[in-house]
Design a protein around this ligand. Structure first.
Ligand code: CP
Ligand code: NVA
Length: 307
């Protein structure tokens, strides 16, 4: 494994498989009340410069279940919010803690943090990517479908952090990935370059959701306006009209097609209430799997190396 989890582009297929297999084991242990306090006495600092429900609760609970402790640092209330350089914050947390989870805006802030500390850094979402969420998505799809390789993953909507991580994670795991987003809202060029970099990658980018959804085994969407884009909501609502997961779109997919949504969801925008409720079991299993996938990441990155 790498020292940090900064983006899925840094991981090999074997790293992802190791995380998913470890998550399966830790989930089994938790469900069967088998002690798994491998991070006894260790502390995770959690820096949040954006809002969160799932990421905060799943990291904090996960650290507790692993026998360790998590502490919450709000960007606004810590010295980070008053401009203390990230390099200094990194070198201070290094002296107290065993790992750092950070949710922020720029990917470069997370990369800079990781370069300046010896302890593992975990990306809990940036504008560029959301690796922990996509590890949970892959875990959920594998639970339902038994394999990932050869399945068709279809993403409809904004070419945002979720789209970027789904393209990379899906292709690395041998899935076919098809995306539909309006012009001007494409995934990051680095991610599109990655998709084109290997002739074995099955990747398509469409402008209409229907073209992307045909024959899909899993359909995924996300909000049209991400955190930090609140002022663009009206403009985006117009740009994304028609990029909705609804019954008509689901009719084009394979039988037993799953729906995933990282949440929070906006019913009536990127997904109808009907499709959301018909797939609520899969969507809330996905939310639960944040806990198990992140426990695997924390275990693999933060355990004593001689373990
Ligand atoms: N999906 C997700 O990351 O949720 P939160 O924003 O609530 O952490
Ligand atoms: N794309 C969304 C994901 C939220 C979990 C955002 O960045 O706000």
């Amino acid at each position: 494994m790498t020292k940090d989890l900064l983006k899925l582009l840094d991981l090999s297929k074997e790293d992802i498989v190791q995380i998913l297999n470890t998550a399966d084991q830790l989930k089994y242990d938790q469900k069967h009340r088998i002690p798994h306090d491998y991070l006894r006495g260790k502390t995770l600092a959690m820096i949040f410069e954006k809002n969160s429900t799932r990421t905060r609760v799943s990291f904090e609970t996960g650290m507790f279940q692993l026998g360790g402790h998590a502490l919450f640092l709000s960007g606004k209330e810590s010295q980070i919010g008053r401009g203390e350089p990230v390099e200094d914050t990194a070198r201070v947390l290094d002296r107290y803690c065993d790992g750092i989870m950070i949710r922020t805006f720029g990917q470069e802030e997370v990369e800079n943090l990781a370069r300046n500390t010896k302890i593992p850094v975990i990306n809990g979402l940036t504008d560029f990517c959301h690796p922990c969420q996509v590890l949970a998505d892959l875990l959920t799809i594998r639970e339902y479908k038994a394999v990932l390789e050869g399945l068709k993953l279809c993403y409809i909507g904004d070419g945002n952090n979720m789209a970027n991580s789904l393209i990379v994670g899906g292709l690395k795991m041998g899935m076919e990935v098809s995306i539909a987003c309006p012009e001007g809202y494409d995934p990051d060029p680095k991610v599109l370059d990655f998709a084109k970099s290997d002739p074995s990658h099955k990747f398509s980018l469409f402008r209409t959701p229907k073209e992307a959804a045909v024959g899909a085994d899993v359909v995924i969407t996300d909000v049209w306006a991400s955190m930090g884009q609140e002022e663009e909501r009206a403009v985006r609502a117009k740009a994304f009209a028609g990029y909705q997961i609804n019954d008509e779109l689901m009719a084009l997919t394979n039988e037993g097609c799953m729906v995933q949504h990282c949440l929070p969801a906006h019913r009536g925008e990127e997904i109808t209430a009907e499709v959301f409720e018909a797939h609520a079991q899969e969507i809330f299993d996905e939310a639960e799997n944040r806990l198990h996938a992140q426990k695997a990441v924390m275990y693999l990155l933060m355990k004593d190396k001689e373990d």
